[in-house]
Design a protein around this ligand. Sequence first.
Ligand code: LMR
Length: 396
Amino acid sequence: MLERFKMAPPDPILGLTEAFLKDSNPEKINLGVGVYKDNSNKTPIFNTVKKAEKILLEKEQTKSYLPISGSPEFCEQVQNLVLGKDNPCVLDKRVATVQTVGGTSALRVFADLIKTNIGSKKIWISNPTWENHAKIFQLAGFEIETYPYYNAETHDLDWDKMLSTLEAIPEGDIVLLHGCCHNPTGIDLNEEQWNTVANVIKTRGILPLIDFAYQGLGDGLEEDAKGVRIIVNNVPEVFICSSFSKNFGLYNERCGALIGVCGTSETCQKVLSQMKVVIRTNYSNPPAHGAYIVHTILNSEELRKEWEKEVQEMCTRIKSMRKLFVEKLKEKGVTQDFSFIEKQKGMFSFSGLTKDQVLRLREEFSIYIVNSGRINVAGITTNNIDRLTDAISKVL
Ligand code: LMR
């Protein structure tokens, strides 16, 4: 039977890392996967994570199972971080939060939860979006539709078309939004646009799912949560997938959460019970270490302050690399306008490079960029910027 299997293509993002690792060029550059690098091209463990691990090593008494929904203390901290601790839905106990295996499994748990409980089958994702979104929902049995998001001519949001498509989404469908630092474009909605989207979602009876994997990497932890909070404060039922891969650097700990904001605390209990059914039948219960780290940091005033500074430093470095990238391209004689890169937010930039140009960069210069032209700006350093911009100037 197994001989009938067909070879699957490599993953468009993680497959690039595999190819990068095999490349023997000592000057190779990986701007593919969304992993933060410091200026020495390392993905360091946060100081606060190291400190929390030390505390845990001494304090931890058991490796017994966590509850199906994960660490309750972690879930409470996550709600506060994402929604704000004084948010009425938190105070009214209308929020069901479960710990998940990174942000990806939060998406899958959501998909299974909806499919088994309300039978909704259609999800609207932005065009473009993270490469994995469509696949996750397809495998879970959803139909995928797209709404316009990016205007390739202006390198900006295709707001009018996005809005008119959202306004025509049938009641009961799901719309997937990016909470901040849109992946792959780096283009976010402003406050007014978030309010408009909230209004459309509410009026049309659409269920919003917000993928929120980059809190803190755009403009700051609180600033980046504005859009999510506008939706939550205006729409009665909202789901949010949170990830701590980037803002705690906990990539390989697979630490995330699914947050469901409900109309009443009674509904919330039912939703939570069904989230647990999905988790129990998928992976039983989540791993503890990442969640314990997050909780230890957020629970200590001192560690939390230090962590906020660490996140801010990443954010500042990314912004400075955006600026340098644009300046260096000019310096190398590139006349094409790349100034839009400075306006984009978070780790990624939709560079406008074509697939052919991306492939040339890979083959001729060992520079790895996702085929869509998405660049991980957090992988640019003052050491690789000249080689990178030189190469780009040659393929344009
Ligand atoms: C990315 O988009 O590069 C990250 O979210 C990592 C991943 O899992 O794809």
